[in-house]
Design a protein around this ligand. Structure first.
Ligand code: B12
Ligand code: SF4
Ligand code: SF4
Length: 304
């Protein structure tokens, strides 16, 4: 806590602000550029426990991040709509779900450049439930790290495929925040609903999945947002509230940058997250994440 800045993370995130604005960089940016940067450095020291599996998963993730993209072909191939093809290629490369939405400037962190591409192809990758059930643990951290690598690998494969057809494309898979937030685009692309725990709930993977994406200008058709009742269900469910050790998950929606929505108390979550290998308990305990139970729940909510 000696690294804790005077500024509240909730103030940086715009809690209580009635006017819409772009999000501010808060974590997983250049640590010298944000008030919580020293805590970010400390996280990597703390989570470097000497566990060879964590080290191997991190090395593999870095190898994937460093992979070069295919060269850009000189003559662009023309198609009226690339949507079915890009989804097919993303799935073949390992994506568990894919959605398309228009890239919007209000997804981009304040002070960072708005990417020039028009479209966002959003990729979802499921995580192993048994590994995540052990969160917070080294095993869950390894699984999260592997899925970051998988999301990045798929995004790079799709971006390379587009470049080989003469269309530039930008892949993003984390774990650093990059220049834009993924959740509002993933919601718009129909990949799920926002849950009380501040992460998304997907109809098949529940909360237990990660996101990656590719930005491009090829002609695409946007998908529609989906609702299957998760938002309503969250209003009557307290599982993540009760499971979150620092009580960071709140009873009520909050006004954040002009939107009333579920919000997690950053100042409570982050110390626990940092001391406990990236935590993720809230993803693991969510009933939607439990294989079989999640699918039945979604079917029941859809019937209702
Ligand atoms: C910084 C960051 C964090 C920070 C702080 C997040 C925060 N809310 O302040 C910390 C380290 C605490 C964190 C923790 C976790 N994170 Co995180 N995080 C990010 C990251 C890199 C940037 C998000 C950010 O800057 N948020 C700060 C502001 C914008 O937060 P906010 O206003 O509260 O908005 C949040 C949501 O409400 C939503 N959102 C934003 N704008 C809007 C607008 C509307 C209209 C709606 C409905 C929602 C919405 O997105 C934000 C997500 O943080 C993203 C990847 C990315 N590039 O987007 C992953 C990401 C959001 N994290 C993710 C996950 C899973 C986690 C953890 C479970 C950790 C883990 N080991 O898996 C925990 C969950 C706890 C929590 N508090 O949310 C996933 C979510 C996947 C999913 N199923 O939805 C992402 C997308 C990473 C990924 N590639 O998959 N995270
Ligand atoms: S545990 Fe319950 S309240 Fe929390 S996100 Fe999942 S369904 Fe919603
Ligand atoms: S990551 Fe852990 S501390 Fe943060 S909200 Fe989820 S359960 Fe709570």
């Amino acid at each position: 806590m000696s690294h804790w800045p005077r500024t509240s993370g909730n103030a940086i995130n715009g809690v209580g602000e009635p006017a819409p604005r772009r999000p501010s960089p808060i974590y997983w940016h250049d640590p010298d550029s944000t008030p919580h940067g020293p805590l970010q450095r400390w996280f990597y020291q703390r989570s470097n426990t000497g566990d060879p599996e964590v080290a191997a998963a991190r090395a593999e993730r870095q190898r994937v991040i460093d992979l070069p993209l295919a060269p850009l072909a000189e003559v662009p191939e023309q198609r009226a709509d690339w949507s079915d093809e890009v989804k097919r290629i993303a799935r073949e490369a390992g994506a568990d779900d894919v959605g398309i939405t228009a890239m919007r400037a209000d997804y981009v962190f304040a002070g960072l450049d708005v990417p020039p591409q028009r479209w966002m192809i959003v990729i979802a990758v499921g995580q192993d439930y048994e590994a995540m059930r052990s969160a917070p643990s080294s095993r869950a951290l390894v699984e999260v790290t592997r899925q970051y690598a998988r999301g990045t690998r798929i995004a790079k494969a799709l971006a390379s495929w587009l470049r080989e057809r003469g269309h530039d494309a930008f892949p993003y898979g984390g774990p650093m925040a990059g220049s834009f937030i993924l959740i509002p685009g993933a919601l718009a692309a129909g990949l799920g609903e926002l849950g009380r725990h501040g992460s998304m709930i997907h109809p098949r993977f529940g909360s237990n999945f990660r996101l990656a994406c590719v930005l491009t200008d090829v002609p695409l058709t946007a998908d529609q947002p989906t609702t299957f009742g998760a938002d309503d269900f969250c209003s009557n469910c307290r599982v993540c509230i009760e499971a979150c050790p620092p009580a960071a998950i709140l009873e009520d929606k909050q006004l954040v940058r002009g939107e009333q929505r579920w919000y997690v108390d950053f100042d409570k979550c982050l110390p626990y997250f940092n001391e406990n290998l990236g935590c993720a308990l809230c993803l693991a305990v969510c009933p939607f994440s439990r294989p079989e139970i999640g699918a039945n729940l979604v079917a029941k909510l859809r019937r209702r």
